[in-house]
Design a protein around this ligand. Structure first.
Ligand code: AMP
Ligand code: MG
Length: 401
């Protein structure tokens, strides 16, 4: 049986980033950059003041103190957005506001709080010295022309939007969102909102997977439920071939009604089946024609966990996200956890306490329990083996949020 790492490597080996499209900044949030953003201008584009105060020649303020201020002649003012037409000559000063360009001749700004009205009209008393450069933001000190500001493969959050806007970019190159077909299988499934007959349950996996696809950055297309008959699966699979990825749930184990692998084999092929993981062992990976297909197990927690471990990284790789996987951190177990013959991904809530992150399992980890997914911040990774791992032990955990 494949390990999680081997299975993930096989899946990711088949994921090529999709085509690039240009989106406005308003549409860019959460998308993955398809190209580096290189600074088309320096920032700040001109030397400017970081304070409200007075633009001065630093040399003019030698020896200035509150008790013995230096008086300079006020020759004008420059607000943000303005430009002072003249120059600060020796013995003069210009009132300046935050963000305004430093006038020619000036090399420092003395903040307003260190000044007072001068002894005569149109003069200002400077009550402190200023080293050259004081309160001046030098042109190009934040961003140099040609500098790489945003890297291909990174996710666009609010700061990335701000950086693009700050250098004048109105749009960004991002990867197209993958279309992901979602097919739940099972004779017992009923759509929420419909009455339940005897032996029936609601189809929760299709909504689960569609929501998880959206969170991963894809566009879900929920197809009608495939009943546990070969012709029904064939019909659904034929409809799914326009997708970039097909996800199925259920019907992939060893029961008489588990037909997903048979029809996959018929209409495409199977790359592997079964992974040494709990929950989620009967996972199948293959293709329908040329479209990759992940056959996820039917139990809801198995579907959700295998989506996280395999489907989400595949979708992130189609998006060109670097890395395609979520971060792993070290946590401490709040309670002992038994080990078994399979790698176990324990749904757990995290909390910070006494300098460490403590992980508490979300109750019974049965693969049929949707409740085990609720409130889970992470999947704590318990290696296979005998005995149990003691409370307080440091273990890796895959962060889910
Ligand atoms: P299967 O792998 O098809 O045998 O399904 C395993 C278990 O998951 C069974 O108890 C199914 O009823 C349940 N199951 C399968 N598909 C879904 C679904 N879409 N929503 C909720 N439970 C499901
Ligand atoms: Mg089934």
């Amino acid at each position: 049986m494949l390990s999680v790492e081997e299975a993930l490597a096989q899946i990711l080996a088949l994921a090529q980033p999709l085509a690039t499209e240009q989106v406005t900044l308003a549409e860019a949030l959460g998308r993955v950059l398809a190209a580096d953003l290189v600074a088309p201008l320096a920032m700040p584009p001109f030397a400017n003041s970081s304070m409200d105060g007075y633009a001065v020649r630093a040399g003019d303020l030698a020896g200035a103190t509150a008790a013995s201020p230096v008086s300079l002649r006020l020759i004008g003012e420059v607000p943000a957005g303005g430009v002072f037409a003249g120059a600060v000559m020796p013995g003069t000063t210009v009132r300046i506001f935050t963000g305004a360009p430093l006038p020619d001749g000036a090399d420092a700004v003395l903040e307003q709080e260190l000044t007072a009205p001068g002894p005569v009209a149109a003069s200002v008393a400077m009550q402190a010295t200023a080293a050259p450069g004081r309160n001046v933001r030098v042109a190009g000190s934040d961003v140099a022309l040609g500098q790489r500001l945003l890297a291909r493969g990174s996710v666009i959050h609010a700061p990335e939007v701000a950086m693009a806007a700050a250098v004048g970019a109105a749009s960004l190159a991002v990867t197209r969102r993958p279309r992901v077909a979602v097919i739940a299988t099972g004779d017992e499934l009923v759509a929420p909102g419909q009455p339940l007959g005897p032996g029936q349950i609601y189809n929760s996996n299709a909504p689960l997977l569609a929501a998880a696809v959206v969170e991963a950055g894809g566009v879900p297309v929920i197809l009608p439920v495939a009943r546990d008959r070969a012709d029904d699966l064939r019909a659904r699979f034929a409809e799914a071939q326009a997708a970039d990825l097909v996800l199925t749930s259920g019907g992939v184990s060893v029961g008489d009604y588990d037909l997903v692998r048979q029809i996959m084999d018929e209409m495409g092929g199977i790359n592997f089946w079964r992974v040494n993981v709990r929950p989620g062992k009967p996972l199948a990976f293959g293709r329908l024609g040329a479209v990759p297909l992940l056959g996820l197990p039917g139990n809801p927690a198995s579907s959700a966990v295998t989506f996280e471990l395999f489907a989400r990284p595949f979708i992130r790789a189609l998006l060109g996200a670097l890395p395609p996987t979520r971060p792993t951190i070290t946590v401490r177990l709040a309670m002992a956890i038994p080990r078994g013959d399979r790698r176990h991904y324990v749904r757990a809530q995290l909390r910070y306490e006494d300098g460490t992150v403590l992980a508490t399992p979300t109750g019974d980890q049965g693969s049929h329990r949707i409740a085990s997914l609720l409130g889970a911040d992470a999947l704590v990774i318990i290696a296979e083996g005998a005995g149990s791992i003691a409370a307080g032990t440091a273990v890796p955990a895959l962060l889910l949020r």
